[in-house]
Design a protein around this ligand. Structure first.
Ligand SMILES: *[C@@H]1O[C@H](CO)[C@@H](O)[C@H](O)[C@H]1NC(C)=O
Length: 225
C-alpha cells in the first residue's frame, strides 16, 4: 500500500514537472512586458494596465522576405516577446523563414518550445532527431514538404529545414513559448566565445585537433533576425 502511494506521488510530481517545462499559464487577461522595469523576473513584469495599447499586441512586416544573403542561405524573422511585448506570459510566438535555393536553416533546437511549421511557397526537406534512445542511438524523422504541408518539431529536439526546390521557399511557424530560444548546434559547439578546448571537441567528435581548430576559425552565421 505504501509503495502504491509513493508511486502515485512520484507520478503526480513527474506530471507537474512536465507542466512546468512549458511557459507558465497566465494569471490574468494579459501581462504586457514592461521592458523598462528594473525588476528582474522569469519573463517580464507587467506594464501598468492604463498604459497598454493595441500596438503592444501588434507586429508588421512579415509580408517582407528576410535577407538570405548569408553563409546558410536562409533567414528567420522572429515575432516573439522581444518584438511583441503583449506576448509576455502567453506562451506562443511566430517566425517567418525564408530560404534561397539550396538554403538551409541549419540543425538547431528551441530549448523552450515545440514548433509547428507550414510551407507557404516552395519545397523543403525537413527533419528532427530524437534524444538518445535506451540502448544508444538517435532516430531521424524526415519529410519532403510542399506548399501547404505542415510538420511538427517536438520541444528541445535538433531539427533543420533545407530548400530542395529551384525557387525561394517560405515557411511560417508557430512556437509554444513567448521566448523559444535558439541553439544553433554548429555555432554553439564550434563558435562559442571563448572557444571550447580543442581537446574536448577532438575527443567528442572523434577527429583530429587540426580539424577542430579549422572549424573553430570559421564564421558561424546566426540566421535569426
Ligand atoms: C543582405 O545582406 C547582405 C549581407 O549582410 C548585405 O550585403 C545586403 O546589402 C543585404 N541586402 C538587403 C536588401 O538588405
Amino acid at each position: 500500500m505504501a509503495v502504491k502511494l509513493l508511486l502515485i506521488a512520484l507520478l503526480a510530481l513527474a506530471s507537474s514537472n512536465a507542466i512546468l517545462a512549458s511557459d507558465p499559464s497566465p494569471l490574468q487577461d494579459f501581462c504586457v512586458a514592461d521592458r523598462n522595469s528594473k525588476i528582474s523576473v522569469n519573463g517580464f513584469p507587467c506594464k501598468n494596465m492604463d498604459d497598454v495599447k493595441a500596438e503592444d499586441f501588434f507586429f508588421c512586416g512579415l509580408d517582407r522576405p528576410g535577407n538570405t544573403t548569408n553563409n546558410v542561405g536562409s533567414a528567420v524573422t522572429q515575432a516573439n516577446v522581444n518584438q511583441i511585448p503583449g506576448l509576455n506570459t502567453l506562451g506562443v510566438s511566430l517566425v517567418r523563414i525564408d530560404y534561397a535555393p539550396n538554403g538551409l536553416n541549419p540543425p538547431h533546437t528551441h530549448p523552450r518550445a515545440t514548433e509547428v511549421l507550414a510551407v507557404i511557397e516552395g519545397e523543403l526537406y525537413v527533419g528532427f532527431v530524437t534524444s538518445n534512445l535506451n540502448g544508444g542511438g538517435n532516430r531521424l524523422f524526415t519529410k519532403n514538404l510542399r506548399k501547404g504541408d505542415v510538420f511538427v518539431f517536438p520541444q528541445g529536439l535538433i531539427h533543420f529545414q533545407f530548400n530542395t526546390g529551384k525557387t525561394n521557399a517560405i515557411a511560417f511557424a508557430g512556437l509554444s513559448s513567448q521566448n523559444p530560444g535558439v541553439i544553433t548546434i554548429a555555432n554553439a559547439v564550434f563558435g562559442s566565445r571563448p572557444p571550447i578546448s580543442d581537446d574536448v571537441l577532438a575527443k567528442a567528435f572523434q577527429v583530429d585537433k587540426n580539424l577542430v581548430d579549422w572549424l573553430q576559425a570559421q564564421f558561424w552565421t546566426d540566421n535569426n533576425y
